[in-house]
Design a protein around this ligand. Structure first.
Ligand code: ZN
Length: 254
């Protein structure tokens, strides 16, 4: 089993994200939102960070629901079981590759991930209304740009408008450092709810830090087209960072 993150303080505080710019997309769904945060570059943004207030609150809420503190490896193993039960063998394989230490490194989320989660948790309770964010991290020219997409649900889709902006950044000499997203805990599920729950997944509370086959498809696409370097997956508490070479070891949607 890989080592668990320690939650020790690496940086004192991550700060908060500035006011973003909204990015318009065609035919947006009601809760869909795409924004750009443009920050001055700082190594602190990429440093592993301890629980901030949002994470500490979430950790307490999740621990109360589970009856014990969450364990990142155990959550992956539990999710693998559900994936096998619904016939998603390749999704389960990604979790197994992570637990075997073949891909990914368990890590405290960095400041960018902490701030993205904190922002999501400020919009709606991540326990009552879990939602995913998907973010592309671009770095260069003394700036760090975060393109953040949310659909108000536990699934994020790609929009071509975002891809076009990323392509322009890369062509201008910036680097597509990472894709970051979260797999939230999903409690109180019922069939057909906003978390796409099926009868077999009512008891699946998610929160695995392994990427889905759909995630890996996105990673490969952006690696091939825009040289995406890393992928970060977090459950809001613990994170895993994947390197570019992991993208071909992981199973991806074909
Ligand atoms: Zn995912």
């Amino acid at each position: 089993m890989p080592a668990q993150p320690s939650h020790e303080a690496i940086v004192a505080t991550c700060g908060v994200l500035p006011t973003p710019t909204t990015i318009a997309v065609a035919n947006a769904t009601p809760e869909e939102l795409h924004v750009l945060f443009d920050l001055p570059d700082s190594p602190a943004l990429f440093a592993p960070a301890p629980d901030d207030d949002a994470a500490a609150t979430y950790r307490a809420q999740v621990s109360a629901r589970l009856g014990h503190p969450p364990d990142a490896s155990a959550l992956v193993a539990r999710e693998n079981g559900f994936m096998h039960r619904i016939g998603a063998a390749d999704d389960a394989a990604n979790g197994e590759l992570l637990l075997a230490g073949t891909v990914g490194v368990f890590a405290n989320p960095n400041c960018i991930e902490r701030m993205l989660f904190s922002r999501s948790a400020a919009v709606a309770s991540m326990v009552e209304r879990p939602a995913e964010y998907g973010a592309f991290v671009v770095r260069g020219k003394g700036r760090v740009k975060l393109y953040v997409s949310t659909f108000g649900r536990t699934r994020v889709q790609m929009r071509p408008e975002i891809g076009d902006l990323l392509e322009a950044d890369v062509k201008s000499g910036m680097v597509l450092i990472a894709h970051a997203h979260n797999h939230p805990f999903m409690f109180d599920r019922s069939v057909g709810d906003r978390s796409f729950t099926k009868p077999e997944t009512v008891d699946d509370f998610g929160a695995s830090t392994a990427p889905s086959v759909g995630d890996v498809y996105v990673y490969r696409s952006f690696r091939d087209e825009l040289q995406l370097r890393e992928a970060w997956v977090s459950n809001g508490l613990d994170g895993v960072h994947y390197e570019q070479r992991d993208f071909d070891v992981l199973k991806g949607k074909r």
